[in-house]
Design a binder for this molecule. Sequence first.
Ligand code: HPA
Length: 278
Amino acid sequence: MHTNIEKIFTKTIKNILEKAPFQVDLAVILGSGLGDFASSLSPELSLKVSEIQDYPVSTVQGHSGMLHFVEYKGLRILLFQGRIHFYEGYSLKQCLLPVEIAKQLGAKNVIITNAAGGINSLFCPGDLMLTSGFVSLFLKKEISQVLGAGKIDQRNELIELGSSDLYRFVKNAAIETSTNIREGVYFYSKGPSYETPAEIRFMRTFGADAVGMSSVHEAIYSIYRGVSPVMISCITNFAAGITSSKLSHSEVTETADLVKTKFENLLKSTFDQIIAQK
Ligand code: HPA
């Protein structure tokens, strides 16, 4: 069975498969300001996305647009440094290309990271949150169009991110690295503008702990493609209206930068957990 994405990006995917030094066990998508992680891992091969045929190039600061092939203690990892956002005007199919590439390179798991605004009153900038569930209400039509009407409805009922092995590995890694990881519900906001205070109150009432403009479609598509996802958010700011300060993308990347070491340790320890179970 072919997906739409495979059909549209045949040449792009072929181009990457030809260049790839190996098949991978795991993919990691690095969110806003978290891209530096790649440089702590000595990649075997790094590709600029601008040099890959028809690969969409992110226009957002903090998303430098590289693919890195890394071997970490025998675990083969594909890192996406820089994400393609729906709010940049790309089609959802283009945004889902990284997951399709991961699938075709053999990945069994994908760690999806992002920056998010904290809605839960116990959350502070600099916290990390593991997504136990998400709200994708405002993206349903677009996702159904990618997957084919009807198909996603069967899968949505099965989506509880908190019950996978990978989720358990991240929680174990948090214990190993003494990281105080939060767990909660991520609310997808289409962007590109930040939310209003009233929208944040609405989201809180509906059970959201954090809000962000990415990731949920990547998680849904990876489930659809048989790649197990986890989502980790870096809470980079209090969501709109929680404090009187103005939100800005530079605050997002600055906070992500401050938690770099904590984030890197958590991811590397998660890799160790995966290796131990192999
Ligand atoms: N809202 C939406 N997306 C975000 C935020 C926010 O407050 N912070 C980082 N990404």
